[in-house]
Structure formats: structure tokens, C-alpha cells
Design a protein around this ligand. Structure first.
Ligand code: FAD
Length: 379
């Protein structure tokens, strides 16, 4: 295997702590959380105390001011453990960076310390029942009335939706036609007019809280506008490369763990007097998958390096997201086959990993949209 060169001793120590935390505080309860559709709120607070939430937030706002490799470590360890119910990366590496990057000093000091400690759970709500890939089609409106916006509309598929305290909400502050009228509001879930719909039952990532949200004459202070009016789409586009790379980081780590657990399984099971791993088909299948995942790993690690240097562009991030998330699904599918009927049983980690792997091909921008974005670089 090709050595990874990204991480230092401090990242390894952090990883070891996180592994122990996941083994003790998350994995024993994960199946139970899958049944009911969300993780314990308490685990957020414990994670906050241990420094696993928002590690890159500066010390002045309660964080550790760590580099993004700590975030990469969190995403990878969650994938390796199969703890897909934890909506931490969306909270720490999607929501918090918006506030840090575009928020006023008052907004940062109001929200970030609570997000670091796990007292405030963050969500971001763009998708609506009639507008997912095509964000310009959103219909949630925010009409200015004195010092407030009056918000009406709804969102769907919102990660952390049932338990969030803060939502970055994409709204139209002008006419409905284009993207230049999209703005982002910081919305407190305690506001009158904010309500949560039902917890959505998913095929995979079943412990991940995914919910509808509704806004009925909800009054949001103008001081909760994030950045400038009409700049919402531009802000989203700026942040999306890192968000998409997160999907790739998760997918490669999940594929690596699926391959090693399938090697163990096929070594331990016998048919026709031999280990399954002794069949040429098993070895060829796993060899091909291992090769492709290794190629994905090298590409994704290089994208992480570019991210750290501030040079990751939309094309490379879209390539990483579409290719590795498709690969992740292909790996899980082949590994299920090698497990035989047991692979299809929900109690087997490979079965859950397969169902989980489907989501990243869609969420965070579908892989077809990724190819559209890559297509813009074809000159
Ligand atoms: C588990 C989960 C969590 C999510 N979390 C969040 C969240 O926290 N916040 C949030 O805002 N959203 C969230 N989403 C929504 C997600 O981002 C959308 O599902 C995604 O953007 C696709 O939108 P859609 O579901 O409306 O599909 P559609 O846009 O209706 O697409 C349907 C199909 O048409 C294809 N398609 C659409 N346009 C094109 C095109 N131009 N060319 C080719 N094919 C096209 C798509 O690729 C897809 O295959 C989540 C979704 C899931 C499943």
C-alpha cells in the first residue's frame, strides 16, 4: 500500500482518542439509534467536551483552531466505524465555516462557542420539495418588514433537522426567478413560526436525523442575515468544493474498511473445501476493488493537500466526489456479493455500509450535477 503522508503525530493521537470515544459512546448504541432515526443529544455534548466538534474553529470562539486534517480525521473515523448517524461533519465542516467565513463578529460569538461545545446543533437548509439540484427554483421567501424578514416556505431532507438549534436557511429575498435573489439567514429553531415535520425514514444512514422544516410567518431579525443580501448562491458555491471533498473522504474510508472486512469474512468462510478467499474470483474481485480504492485514496489525499493550500477548485472537488462515491457504492455491492446471503442481513456491517453508500451519490449535489460542473472545464 502507498503510505499516506498527510498526517502528523498530533492527528494520530486525536484519531486514537476519537476511536476510543466511538467504540465506547457511539457503537454500542448505534443500532438502537438506527431503529428510532436519530442519535442521543447527549453524545453531541460529550463529543463537544472531547474536542471532536468544530475542531477548526479558532480558540477565541472556544475551538482548538486546528487545521482541517483534524476534520478529515473525524470524517474518516466515522466512516471506518460505520457510525453514519453522526451528523457532525455537516455541523462542524459545513455550518460552522459559513459563520466563521461570512458571519459578523456578533454572529460568530453568539453561535460558534455553543457549536463547539455541542449545546447548539447546526443544520443547513437549501433543498425544498420542488427544488434540489436546481437551487434557483427555491420558493421559500423572506420579505423585509422593518428590522425583520418575514419568512414563509418549507425545506426537506434536512440533516440534523429534528434536533438542530440553528439553521442556515436559503431564502429568496427578491423576485423568485434567479439565483441573484438567494440569501442566507441564520435562523434560531426557537422562533415562532418555525416547525419541524416528520423524521424521514431512509434506506441508509438510518440513525442520521433527516427532517422536513416549515416556516410560517416566521420573523427573523435583519441582523441574522449572513453576508450580504443576494450573495447566498455565491457563498454556497464557494463552500461547496470542501463539502464535496468530505463526501469523497467518507466514501474512500468506508470502501477501505469494507474491503478489509470482506477479506476477513472470505478467509473465515469455506465452500467446496476451501476458503472463499482461495477462489480466483474472490481474489480478482478484491484485487480490482483494492486497486481502484487505492487510486481514489491518492487522488483524494492530493485534493486534501490542495484544500489546505487554499487551491482546491470546483472541478477537482466534483471529480473526487462523483468518482469516489460511485466507487464506494460499487465496492459495497461487490462485497455484499462475496458475503453471500449474510451480506444482505441488516445486522452485518456490510449491509448497512451498502445502504449508506447510496446517499453520497445524491446528497451535496448529485453525481450528474458533478459531471455538469466538470463539463464546464472542457475547453
Ligand atoms: C440523506 C440526505 C441528506 C440530505 N441533507 C441535506 C441537507 O442537510 N440540506 C439540504 O439542503 N439538502 C439535503 N439533502 C438534499 C440533497 O442535497 C438533494 O437530494 C440533492 O441535491 C438532489 O436533489 P433532489 O433530491 O431534489 O433530486 P432532483 O434534483 O429532483 O434530481 C433527480 C435526478 O435528476 C438528476 N438531475 C437533476 N438535474 C440534472 C441535470 N441538470 N442533468 C442531469 N441530471 C439531472 C439528478 O442527478 C438525480 O439523479 C439531503 C439528501 C439526502 C438523501
Amino acid at each position: 500500500m502507498i503510505d499516506r503522508t498527510l498526517f502528523k503525530e498530533e492527528h494520530r493521537l486525536f484519531r486514537d482518542n476519537l476511536k476510543r470515544f466511538l467504540a465506547k459512546e457511539v457503537l454500542p448504541y448505534h443500532a438502537q439509534w438506527e431503529e428510532r432515526g436519530y442519535v442521543d443529544r447527549e453524545v453531541w455534548r460529550h463529543a463537544g467536551l472531547e474536542g471532536f466538534l468544530c475542531p477548526t474553529v479558532p480558540e477565541v470562539y472556544g475551538g482548538s483552531g486546528a487545521d482541517q486534517l483534524f476534520s478529515v480525521a473525524v470524517i474518516e473515523e466515522i466512516a471506518l466505524a460505520g457510525a453514519s448517524g453522526l451528523g457532525w461533519s455537516l455541523h462542524s465542516d459545513v455550518v460552522a465555516p459559513y459563520i466563521l467565513m461570512y458571519g459578523t463578529e456578533a454572529q460568530r460569538s453568539h453561535y460558534l462557542p455553543g457549536m463547539v461545545s455541542g449545546e447548539i446543533i447546526g443544520a443547513i437548509a437549501m433543498t425544498e420539495p420542488a427544488a434540489g439540484s436546481d437551487l434557483k427554483g427555491i420558493l421559500t421567501t423572506a420579505k423585509r418588514d422593518g428590522d425583520e424578514y418575514v419568512v414563509n416556505g418549507s425545506k426537506t431532507f434536512i440533516t440534523n433537522g429534528q434536533h438542530c438549534d440553528l439553521v442556515i436557511l436559503a431564502v429568496k429575498t427578491g423576485p423568485l426567478e434567479g439565483v441573484k435573489e438567494i440569501s442566507l439567514l441564520l435562523v434560531d429553531a426557537a422562533l415562532t413560526g418555525f416547525s419541524r415535520g416528520k423524521l424521514l425514514k431512509k434506506s441508509g444512514m438510518r440513525a442520521l436525523d433527516t427532517t422536513e422544516l416549515f416556516f410560517d410567518e416566521m420573523r427573523v431579525p435583519v441582523s441574522n442575515l449572513l453576508g450580504q443580501e443576494g450573495q447566498g448562491f455565491a457563498m454556497l458555491m464557494q463552500q461547496l468544493p470542501w463539502e464535496r471533498l468530505q463526501a469523497a473522504i467518507y466514501s474512500v474510508a468506508a470502501a477501505e474498511t469494507a474491503i478489509s472486512s470482506t477479506i476477513d469474512y472470505t478467509r473465515g468462510r469455506r465452500a467446496f473445501g476451501r476458503e472463499l478467499l482461495a477462489f480466483q474470483n474472490t481474489r480478482f474481485t478484491l484485487s480490482e476493488l483494492k486497486t481502484e480504492v487505492q487510486i481514489g485514496r491518492v487522488f483524494v489525499d492530493r485534493c486534501v493537500e490542495l484544500l489546505l493550500q487554499g487551491k482546491l477548485d470546483a472541478t477537482a472537488a466534483s471529480m473526487a466526489k462523483y468518482w469516489t462515491t460511485n466507487l464506494g457504492f460499487k465496492v459495497m455491492d461487490a462485497c455484499i456479493q462475496l458475503h453471500g446471503g449474510y451480506g444482505y442481513m441488516h445486522d452485518f456491517p456490510i449491509s448497512r455500509a451498502w445502504a449508506d453508500a447510496g446517499i453520497y451519490r445524491l446528497a451535496g449535489g448529485s453525481n450528474e450535477i458533478m459531471k455538469e460542473l466538470i463539463g464546464r472545464s472542457l475547453k
